[in-house]
Design a protein around this ligand. Structure first.
Ligand code: BJW
Length: 234
């Protein structure tokens, strides 16, 4: 694939962080194995058992200290630095491995582990500590903080900006995502409707694999640096 593109949208999912040691959602032994999705990733689950959910996210936030970005994260940071056109990196991941890999502009459509959302005043604030003990909101002081992540039934962040970029892009690349969760699973169709070329990089074909012009199978730590090298004309 040559560098003959001007506006690229890249979507990443749990697969890009798998080789860093973060479980994917839908693999054996993944997060859903230990917790039912209804219990930890819905507003209803949070209302039913807030301690379980706060503790689940406290543990995942703390676990970030034990993982590091892999060559796939670093390759996308290199692309951001060296590509001469427009690039929008959209991630469904709530980890911070893109940033730690060197990407400066990352759109976290499903929120971030290192951010808190106040259920009382709706402030979003950087947050590194635990939430289980109900710390006060830094703005309104209410003990109403929750993880700043997007659960099922909630609206992902910055959809207007994402759809605008999809409508204008000439290349859409999906990396390490199963295509099981909307609206991200529908991005490939939006990009195709806009006339973009579409490429999937994944360990195995995703649910929507047939929607892509091209699919390349293999681990992200190999496939992403290889593709970035091609894009930059190496
Ligand atoms: C590798 C690899 C390696 C492994 N190298 N690859 C019926 C039909 C259609 C839609 C709906 C429906 N009923 C309900 C809905 C909507 C619902 C939905 O999609 N439900 C589905 C279950 C059907 N969606 C929502 O509710 C969303 N909101 C919404 O739709 O609002 C309305 C709206 C309307 C119009 C426009 C816009 C919005 C919200 C979804 C929120 C998802 N939240 C979660 C949790 C976030 C917080 C947290 O992390 O705890 O987000 S769920 C979970 O899934 C997480 C992920 O970001 C997301 C996607 O998972 P991902 O990244 O794809 O991971 P996996 O595990 O599924 O796949 C891993 C992939 O990696 C695999 O493909 C492997 O092959 C690959 N891989 N190792 C490369 N080494």
């Amino acid at each position: 694939m040559s560098a003959n593109f001007h506006r690229i949208v890249i979507l990443t999912g749990a697969g890009i962080s798998a080789e860093s040691g973060i479980d994917t959602f839908r693999s054996a032994g993944g997060l859903w194995e230990q917790h039912r999705v209804e219990d930890v990733a819905t507003p209803e689950g949070f209302a039913r058992n807030p301690d379980l959910v706060l503790n689940f996210y406290d543990m995942r936030r703390a676990a970030l200290a034990n993982v590091a970005p892999n060559p796939a994260h670093m390759a996308l940071a290199r692309l951001e630095r060296e590509f001469r056109g427009d690039l929008l990196l959209v991630t469904q991941n709530v980890d911070d491995l893109h940033e730690r890999g060197g990407s400066a502009r990352v759109l976290h459509m499903h929120g971030e582990l290192k951010s808190a959302l106040c259920a009382s005043c709706e402030t979003r604030a950087p947050w590194l500590d635990a939430m289980l003990h109900r710390p006060p909101c830094p703005v309104c002081q209410a003990p109403s903080l929750r993880p700043d992540v997007v659960w099922f039934g909630e609206m992902p962040y910055q959809m207007g900006r994402i759809y605008q970029a999809l409508e204008a892009c000439d290349l859409f690349v999906s990396i390490g995502t199963s295509g099981a969760v909307y609206p991200a699973a529908g991005f490939v169709q939006e990009a195709r409707a806009a006339g973009a070329r579409t490429l999937e990089l994944n360990l195995e074909p995703s649910e929507g694999s047939s929607l892509f012009h091209d699919t390349r199978l293999g681990p992200a730590s190999v496939m992403v640096p290889q593709w970035v090298e091609e894009m930059l004309g190496g």
